[in-house]
Design a protein around this ligand. Sequence first.
Ligand code: FAD
Length: 425
Amino acid sequence: MDSVQTLIVGAGVSGLATAAALEGGDYLVLEADGEIGGYCKTIKQDGFVWDYSGHFFHFKRPEIEAWLRARMPGQRILTVEKKSFIAYKGRSVDFPFQKNIHQLPQEEFIDCLHDLYFAQVREGMPGADVPPPEAASFKEMLYNRFGRSIAEKFLIPYNEKLYACDLGTLDRDAMGRFFPHANLTDIVRNMKNPDNGSYNASFTYPEGGAIEYVNALARAVRPDRIALGESLVSLDLEARVARTTKREIRYERLVSSAPFNRLVSLAKLAHDPSVFTWNKVLVFNLGFDRKGPRNVHWTYFPDRATSFYRVGFYDNIFDTDRLSLYVELGYPADAKVDADAMLPRVLADLEREGVTDGHALVSKHSVVMDPAYVHITRASMAAHRTLSDQLRAHGVYSIGRYGGWTYCSIEDNIVEARALVESWT
Ligand SMILES: Cc1cc2nc3c(=O)[nH]c(=O)nc-3n(C[C@H](O)[C@H](O)[C@H](O)COP(=O)(O)OP(=O)(O)OC[C@H]3O[C@@H](n4cnc5c(N)ncnc54)[C@H](O)[C@@H]3O)c2cc1C
């Protein structure tokens, strides 16, 4: 039987960042897929560069960005001032919606302002930075903080399209720091002095696509320590033995970035699987014959009649002359997704929404991200805590976006992996 000190499951950002942090240590990375990268893969096709859905980067820790860039020789990294909008009843409203209600038709603006004001007065926070009383769910938080009109015109329909679930089941903090909060003072101030800065006011993007950050991590990992096309299929927690599609491996500790619900099943831990729910996202990457709309990087589509919830414009990031889009559609986990059958509707919706204007499609690619957004609920958080403790007691650490059953960025994945390795020294 093979043996290794640290067995790592997954060669996405989290797994590779763990291996890189172990430096010369005794580790092996198992990757089910034939390539590294996980969800940070890039497709290059017919002169277009696409990711598995839009992946743009806003590093908060300069040392992490500098570490990555030092391992990307010759790679040009674009820094882009974000331009993002909401397609709302035939007009384009700046994102975030709640800070730009003054761009709505007057009657709708009055509805939004009225409901916002009385929601925040009721919460005792007109203009104050005092968080309102605890909401029972994400949906209740939206109503409490922003009032009925903002919630029902944008926040609820948009997020329902994305998460493909009842927002009343999600924890109030389901989006964590990724939710652009704004109080009445911010909103009223923004009417005269626009400041739509949110968590991603500007972003960086490598010319070679998101995979370049993965390649940077992989440069710090020994290639012979990555086993591609080999999946973890079961775990004996007591014996600390992993069974893969090819062999058995004894480990001292195991770090997994596989989806948490699958890991606990592979480890045969008793649990209620129904607490872990998620959506899947069908992503179309579409290349067209000529340039489309300019000065936009992505647009949100809250209208339930439109199939997609967001469209991004790679050509305006790269400053290239052919329209190059990613188009995202949210589905419940148990939905059947037929990309070929969906494409004609997506193309018709793009035309109706004015994204295309008689453009000819010249290249296409699609991928289903499953899971894409996990549903963070009180029950999922409690079960994750309890089951993680049980796994840790056996030297098994579940990390990453799906191992942590959370909402996060690649930077968060790197920070978490490094902290875990540091905790062992
Ligand atoms: C729609 C969408 C948009 C996003 N946009 C951004 C963005 O703009 N900026 C940003 O920073 N982040 C973004 N993210 C988040 C980013 O994709 C993730 O944080 C990151 O890719 C997660 O990396 P990971 O290694 O934790 O997981 P993954 O990328 O899922 O990697 C896990 C790996 O484990 C492998 N694996 C699973 N099970 C097994 C098994 N049993 N045996 C062996 N291998 C296994 C998988 O094949 C996979 O390669 C986005 C995510 C989504 C869904």
